[in-house]
Write a protein that binds this ligand. Structure first.
Ligand code: MOS
Length: 789
């Protein structure tokens, strides 16, 4: 477990229904009441009630279009800030303009005079909220003391929320917020990683060292040492962070929130406000991207609930794009890599150190360094990770956390070692190929078809036509560079509960409190259920993003597709068994002697696998059994026997063209060959990986959060000046999925794809830039000015 590790169990608030998820590693243990919907539910409606007659199609592994696509492109899909009720109050946040100190005084007098303003909440007049750290620890909170918005007069970072203006209209709230006067007592702050470098403190060893890396490095025939810098980056999802809190009367709340985990937010709100689980329901049926920024509950939900409780009214709070830059970020970091090798290109030693950024109050970190000794074979390996405290919000997960950055450094260093060795960079990777997880007892991988990624990727790219000499390839006035890199991510799985209701007329509703953060979860859930139940896809509806549904961990770490798809298999198996029980009671039943694994649901019928003529329709079975529906809820957990490592892999090949006079870099071609077990949906999977590659172009060439250290303030807190790739930056992207059967990891052999698409891309591009120009840039992003000196 190099990146996320196993998520830790959340706190129990109410253990009365603990049995819902037994033996769980990463589960909620809350029970939820069955309050009636007050707003449209998260279900994707199935309009027509058709009989099952169409021929059966296998759905798993096909290119089914998103079942929520129509709702999204027509605007029918509603996001957290789009739920309206009469009398809705609009909230606007006032943020700190200093990075550290305390609030000496507020003057809200002018703001309160504005017509339409209802109130201004500060730490002085807000309703009560919990006063201990534990209450603010969400399921994925790091060590430390979580941030509490509007709790007291302390300022911990620039952009910190310090007051909330409540008004009849959003524009009025925004205007009045500009009138709130604040006096600060400022203290000296530091926001520059390089200034805190020496003060960084060491974390416990990220993984057990092996051999003696320093000695082996000193004795190595060939060596490379390098220091690599990655700046702070921000997530910038399309949807703004927002919460609409519906006051249901009697203190009960329905909260539409932008989040990757409705039940995480549910537990958090209940504990911060000491509310009963049945009195709070969190809804997030659609999420306009989050990329890790929605894993932890964000402060807007706290402020919106505070306001709703203060006024006993419904409240909406939407953050501005600028305010979202104070929510969390990919930690900036300095990495050092030492590689020692034999002249033949096999590695003797790997040492990987990282210093990453966190806040003054929490110790967020992942394991940047341990990917190195996992990915490549080396008898000697050593890792060190330090944290540097800055007066910023706590850093957090961002797509492929730790691997995106750690593998960037590793794969840049491997490219540099290949230059030292005068060896083709792909050949170097093959010579260092590891069939075992050396960080964890040398266990084999449940499956690892990285070799085939290298082979198919290189072939599709035309890698064998590469002239190894830098600056040797040209296209008119442009230098052409070809670079490659490897990607790796974890194939994690989490315990999950899934409820399926099958009706006599051949419809199914599948429910779990997971999220679809834009990855295609709705669609793969419907595919798996349709195939398992032998129904047309249109006859399956999906409910998710509702805290009252069966328990699911948040959507992150690329673990939901594998978890929920196998969870659906478990529950559908239970349904099939129940149908078989009914079948056995039918007089002269053709399935009288069949066992559960001898029957399948095909085309609306329970059918013998051996003899398709032995079949009874679902409708007939339910009629005989005098039921109109069967509902089952089952929990699936994934035992790890410790005998296998579970990872996904990729091989990246990049072509850049660099204008020799101007230094302008274009990424003209990328081939990404991915091995990620069984692919549930070739279309959504392709989109995931393509999106990752596009993001990788940003990581390599564009993305960077710039801080004015004098004020400790982000200077480019907007998507005009925080650069991300646009259409003109994206050219030819080819995605290949190599075959990777996995009979060990889970019944479907699924691994998950949300993050692997990004890992390795930045290094492949950086290596291509070196090959084009002969200039090695070791700090991201590679902007044209860095090519000049
Ligand atoms: Mo992902 S960084 O777990 O949303």
């Amino acid at each position: 477990m190099a990146g996320f590790g196993t998520p830790r169990p959340p706190r129990a608030i109410d253990v009365s229904r603990r049995s819902v998820l037994q033996g769980a590693v990463a589960v909620g243990v809350l029970g939820y009441g069955g309050r009636a919907d007050v707003m449209p539910s998260a279900a994707i409606a199935v309009e027509q009630v058709s009989q099952v007659s169409k021929p059966m199609t296998p759905y798993i592994g096909t290119a089914v279009s998103r079942i929520d696509g129509h709702a999204k492109v027509t605007g029918a899909a509603k996001y957290a800030a789009e739920y309206n009720v009469p009398g809705l109050v609009h909230a606007f946040v006032v943020t700190s303009t200093v990075a550290k100190g305390r609030i000496a005084a507020f003057d809200a007098g002018e703001a309160l005079k504005v017509k339409g303003v209802i109130d201004v909440l500060t730490h002085k007049n807000r309703p009560s909220m919990a006063d201990n750290d534990k209450a603010y620890k969400d399921d994925v909170a790091p060590e430390g003391s979580p941030f509490r918005p509007l709790f007291d007069d302390k300022i911990k970072f620039n952009g910190q929320p310090i007051a909330v203006v409540l008004a009849d209209e959003w524009e009025i709230a925004r205007f009045a917020a500009s009138l709130v006067r604040v006096d600060y007592e400022e203290e000296a702050h530091v926001t520059d990683l390089y200034r805190q470098r020496e003060a960084a403190f060491a974390l416990p060893e990220p993984a057990k060292p092996r051999g003696d890396a320093a000695k082996a490095f000193a004795a190595a025939a060939m060596r490379h040492q390098g220091e690599y810098y990655v700046p702070i980056e921000h997530h910038n999802p399309m949807e703004l962070f927002a919460s609409t809190v519906i006051w249901d009367g009697d203190g009960k709340l329905t909260i539409y929130d932008k989040t990757q985990g409705v039940q995480n937010v549910h537990r958090y709100v209940c504990s911060v406000f000491d509310m009963k689980p049945d009195d709070v329901r969190i809804m997030s049926p659609y999420v306009g991207g989050a990329f890790g920024s929605g894993l932890r509950p964000q402060y807007q939900v706290v402020l919106a609930v505070l306001a709703a409780r203060a006024l006993q009214r419904s409240v909406r709070l939407v953050l501005t794009r600028q305010q979202m830059y104070a929510l969390g970020y990919r930690p900036g970091m300095i990495q050092r890599i030492d590689l020692g090798a034999k002249a033949d290109g096999t590695l003797d030693s790997i040492a990987h150190d990282a210093i990453t950024v966190t806040s003054q109050y929490e110790d967020f970190h992942r394991h940047e360094t341990t990917w190195s000794g996992l990915l490549y074979k080396s008898a000697n390996a050593k890792y060190m990770h330090k944290l540097a405290r800055l007066d910023l919000p706590t850093s957090c997960d961002m797509r492929g956390p730790s691997a995106t950055t750690g593998v960037y450094a590793l794969e840049s260093a491997m490219d540099e070692l290949a230059v030292v060795l005068k060896l083709d960079p792909l050949e170097l990777r093959l010579r260092c190929y590891s069939d075992r997880d050396q960080n964890n007892g040398e266990v084999p991988f449940s499956s690892k078809n990285l070799r085939e990624c290298y082979r198919q990727g290189a072939e599709a790219f035309g890698w064998n036509k590469r002239n190894p000499e830098p600056r040797s390839m040209r296209d008119g006035s442009e230098l052409v560079g070809w670079g490659m890199a490897t990607g790796i991510w974890e194939a994690l799985q989490v315990p999950i509960a899934v409820r399926v209701m099958l009706t006599a007329n051949g419809h199914a509703e599948v429910a779990s409190a997971t999220s679809d953060i834009g990855t295609g979860t709705y669609t793969i859930m419907a595919q798996v259920a349709a195939e398992m139940l032998g129904l047309p896809l249109d006859n399956v509806s999906i409910k998710l993003g509702d805290s009252s549904l069966p328990q699911s961990p948040l959507e992150g770490g690329s673990w939901i597709a594998a978890s929920v798809s196998n969870g659906i298999v478990t529950t559908c198996n239970a349904i099939r068994e129940e149908l078989l029980g009914l079948a056995k009671k039918v007089p002269n039943s053709p399935l009288a002697n069949a066992s559960p694994d001898q029957v399948a649901l095909v085309d609306g019928k329970l059918t013998s696998r051996q003899d398709a003529s032995r079949a009874i329709s679902i409708a007939d079975l339910m009629r005989h059994g005098a039921v109109d529906r069967i509902t089952r809820e089952e929990t699936t957990s994934f035992a790890n026997d410790g005998n296998h490592a579970h990872n996904t892999h990729s091989a990246l090949f990049a072509e850049v063209k660099v204008d020799e006079q101007l230094g302008v870099i274009r990424v003209t071609r990328i081939v990404s060959a991915v091995a990620a077990g069984r692919i549930l949906n070739t279309k959504t999977a392709h989109s995931q990986v393509m999106g990752g590659v596009v993001w990788g172009i940003g990581t390599a060439l564009l993305e960077e959060t710039l801080i004015d250290h004098k004020f400790g303030r982000i200077m480019n807190a907007n998507i005009a000046e925080y650069h991300v790739p646009v259409n003109a930056d994206v050219h030819d992207i080819k995605v290949i999925f190599v075959d990777e059967p996995d009979n060990t990891i889970n019944p479907l052999g699924v691994k998950g794809l949300g993050e692997i698409g990004l890992v390795g891309v930045a290094a492949a591009i950086a290596n291509a830039v070196y090959h084009a120009t002969g200039k090695r840039v070791r700090d991201l992003p590679i902007t044209l000015d860095k090519l000049q000196s």
